[in-house]
Write a protein that binds this ligand. Structure first.
Ligand SMILES: *Cc1c(COP(=O)(O)O)cnc(C)c1O
Length: 375
């Protein structure tokens, strides 16, 4: 069997090893330590955001963003339906009520008309904007609309580190931004995340809550409900080495996208996720849709054939409104359910920054052969 090609595997270099060994040699293993402080500082500088709190996961960052926003039982929180479950799960952690919104076909991010409709109808406390597959959401309009209606905006930038909206890096929009360094993301600390904000008070609060909300005292004194969500010093060392290479990683992923695009975009019935004039995507994953009226093979057919060749591809995220966990939730859409259509026709191709030209050519050849056989 050929060596497996993964969708988005970790891409680790020599510097990672050195920094982890430094952390080990200094005996700063956990909790916290100088690597965590430096990682936060370097990430904030890279993003051009005031402050960051390194955490155990992006999910922990999402959860804390809602705790810090004061989201509580029965509050309504809006979220695009087309996302990874973690975006929505954080709402349930607070016993709040998610309301899902459909996306638009041009950007795959939240549909602004539907967002406005949902705000009018539900008077939500917050909106989690998701930069899906690296595509920045339409922030000018989102911030205007949400500010006017007193809705807190949280940016789920777990997939969009290195992307830009009108020249500003993703993670910087809304009251707080959420980053993920899970193994499949553009840079990784194995597992990890960060909450970032220009509001120092919010990030101080995140530090406090993520380390068990311990009051300053010689004994263990607690007034607030805390969590064990902090990132360890070892993993922050890994993150620092990864962050140094972020621009190269974005470049690689964008080149991978272009190679797929150049080889497949002429095929009638294949459409790639577009880039907008206001945004620059990190192209975390190359995604495309297959029009069933023009091409006989489905997205699942392609995933299955690639799997037989030991290549990992995936359908686009299954939207939240189609998940059993969320089937009692409200969903704001039109008759043309775009999230559902993207799930039924969309596919994510292997896009890791370590993917070789040879591997990519093989993937492209297989896809072309499937389409020729089935058309
Ligand atoms: C990966 C991801 C998360 C969660 O991050 P973890 O670090 O895996 O907890 C949240 N939202 C989106 C959109 C993601 O892709």
């Amino acid at each position: 069997m050929n060596e497996r090609i993964y969708l988005s595997p970790p891409h680790i270099g020599g510097k990672e090893r050195d920094l982890i060994l430094d952390a080990l040699d200094s005996n700063w293993i956990a909790p916290l330590g100088p690597q965590v402080d430096l990682f936060e500082k370097e990430m904030s500088q890279y993003l051009g955001i005031g402050h960051g709190c390194a955490l155990a996961s992006g999910t922990a960052a999402l959860h804390l963003s809602l705790v810090i926003s004061g989201i509580k039982r029965n509050d309504i929180v809006l979220c695009p339906s087309l996302t990874f479950a973690a975006s929505a799960n954080s709402i349930l952690y607070q016993n709040a009520i998610p309301v899902f919104i459909d996306v638009d076909i041009d950007t795959w991010t939240v549909d602004l008309n539907l967002l406005e409709k949902a705000i009018k109808k539900f008077s939500p406390r917050a909106f989690i904007a998701v930069d899906i597959y690296g595509q920045p959401s339409k922030y000018d309009a989102i911030i205007d609309l949400c500010e006017m209606n007193n809705v807190i905006v949280i940016e789920d930038a777990a997939e969009s580190l290195g992307s830009k909206y009108k020249g500003i890096k993703c993670g910087a929009f809304g009251q707080m931004g959420v980053l993920s360094f899970n193994g499949n993301k553009i840079i990784t600390t194995s597992g990890g995340g960060m909450l970032v904000s220009d509001d120092k008070k919010k990030i101080d609060k995140a530090r406090f809550l993520s380390t068990q909300a311990r009051e300053q005292s010689i004994h263990y004194e607690h007034k607030a409900l805390g969590y064990n969500y902090r990132m360890s010093n070892i993993l922050a060392a890994l993150g620092r080495a990864q962050l140094e290479k972020i621009e190269r990683r974005v470049k690689s992923r964008r080149e991978i996208f272009i190679r797929y695009y150049d080889s497949l975009s002429d095929i009638d019935g294949i459409e790639f996720m577009r880039e907008t004039e206001f945004g620059k995507s990190n192209r975390w994953l190359t995604t495309l849709t297959i029009d069933p009226s023009k091409i006989k093979a489905s997205n699942v057919d392609i995933v299955e054939v690639l799997e037989k060749e030991n290549i990992e591809a995936r359908p686009v995220w299954k939207p939240m409104h189609l998940q059993k966990l969320y089937d009692s939730c409200e969903y704001i859409s039109t008759n043309d359910d775009i999230s559902k259509r993207l799930f039924e026709t969309g596919i994510c191709l292997p896009s890791g920054s370590s993917l070789s030209h040879g591997q990519q050519e093989k993937i492209i050849e297989i896809i072309i052969s499937i389409l020729n056989l089935k058309v």
